[in-house]
Structure formats: C-alpha cells, structure tokens
Design a protein around this ligand. Structure first.
Ligand code: DX5
Ligand code: ZN
Length: 221
C-alpha cells in the first residue's frame, strides 16, 4: 500500500516569492509539490509554464507533480520534462490521443499521470491502466483554487481504487481538500492529496507545517 502524500499546490502561494514558498513548504513537510499549469483555453485561467518550473527547481528537492491543464499538451511535454518535473499528468479530455500522450511522458522518463474532470467517467482510462503511475481525480472543476469539494467524487475515488486493483498506481485527489474533506477521500482509497488554499495561509514555515500536519492527521485518523 502506497504512503499518504500531501502535495501543496503553489497556485495558492505568493507568486512574487515562489522560490521561497517552495522551499518553505518543503521544510514544512510537503511530500510533493503540485504544479498547476493553466493555458486560458482548456481552463478559464492562466497560471505559469515550464520556465517558472525550471526556475523553481533549484529551490527544493521535493517531487515535482505537474498537472497540465492545457490543450494540446503533446507539443509541450518535453519542455515540462526538461524543466524538472518528476511526474507529468495530462487530462484525458485534453486531446484525442491519450495513449500517445502517456507514451510520450513514459519515453521522457517521467512518472505518468492521467486526470479526469468531475463529469468524465472512469471508463475512459480503462484501457490505459497498465501505462500509468498515477490517477488524479478532480474534485472541483479545474481552473481555480479555493473551490468546494464535490461530494460525488468520493464514490468516484472508490471506483477508481477498485479499478486499480493490485497495480502500484498512486490515487490522487485535487480540489477543495481540507481537514474536513480529506477523511472521506482517504477512506475511499486516495493516497495523494493536493491542497492549495488550505495550506498557503499564514506565510511562514510554522504555519505551513501546522496545516500540513493537520491534513495528514485528518487523513490518517
Ligand atoms: C484547480 C487546481 C488545484 C487547485 C487546488 O484547477 O488543479 O490544484 O490549486 O486548490 P484548492 O486546494 O484551494 O482547492
Ligand atoms: Zn491541480
């Protein structure tokens, strides 16, 4: 069984001092750092791209968990790999050739992730289960931090867990994760938890540590 991992999303950090934020949240106990890449096309918001990730890379040795909310994704996969992402997750909805995108990430030597919007059924990944290292269940509509967890996603996490069976696939959940919602997601089978607004408050290592510990305690209780 895979370990519980807390993955702060720096989308909620202070963009004027991202390097320090990445360093602080790592020191505070983050297992992974979640990088939300938005193109203003696949999702109605723009965040940052590979150059920002490359600039962040020297500031922490934490696993860079890159969530691409862009279409098309394929022309940019190599740039994100070279920028220092350790895992790259693409949306199943972002293009007609999901298998090709996953193979490209594999060839680049990175952990292979696939994610689904709340309304997308798990059946679209049924035939790629042996090609992936991670499934990301979106528990909000992608595009913005600070939204409410969609309760129906708990059952979807459970169905994903059953589909995974004995495969060593990470099951990640993203959106509206707080000490109040994380318990149901863990109980349903998720082991990686993205949190933005629930962690980046208080602007200090101590504050971040308290919030990360709070999530971890609520997940393992
Ligand atoms: C939403 C992003 C999330 C977001 C989570 O499009 O994929 O990673 O930053 O933010 P919170 O934890 O505030 O819901
Ligand atoms: Zn995300």
């Amino acid at each position: 069984t895979l370990p519980i991992r807390i993955a702060p999303s720096i989308l909620a950090a202070d963009f004027a001092k991202l390097g320090q934020e990445a360093k602080d949240v790592t020191e505070a106990g983050a297992d992974w750092i979640h990088l939300d890449v938005m193109d203003g096309h696949f999702v109605p918001n723009i965040s940052y791209g590979p150059d920002v990730i490359k600039a962040l890379r020297p500031h922490t040795s934490a696993f860079f968990d890159c969530h691409l909310m862009i279409t098309p994704a394929d022309p940019y996969l190599e740039a994100f790999a070279k920028a220092g992402c350790d895992g790259i997750t693409v949306h199943a909805e972002s293009g007609p050739h999901l298998h090709r995108s996953l193979q490209t990430i594999r060839t680049l030597g990175k952990k292979v992730g696939v994610t689904l919007n709340p309304a997308t059924p798990l059946s679209v990944i049924e035939n790629v289960l042996d090609d992936i290292d991670l499934i990301l269940i979106m528990s909000v509509n992608p595009g913005f931090g600070g939204q409410k967890f969609i309760p129906a996603m708990v059952e979807k996490i459970g169905t994903a867990k059953a589909m995974i069976g004995p495969r060593p696939i990470e099951l990640e959940v993203d959106g509206g994760i707080t000490p109040e919602t994380i318990g149901a997601a863990t109980a349903a089978g998720a082991n990686v938890f993205v949190a933005g607004s629930a962690i980046f408050q208080g602007n200090s290592v101590e504050s971040y540590r308290g919030r990360i510990d709070g999530l971890r305690d609520a997940a393992t209780r």
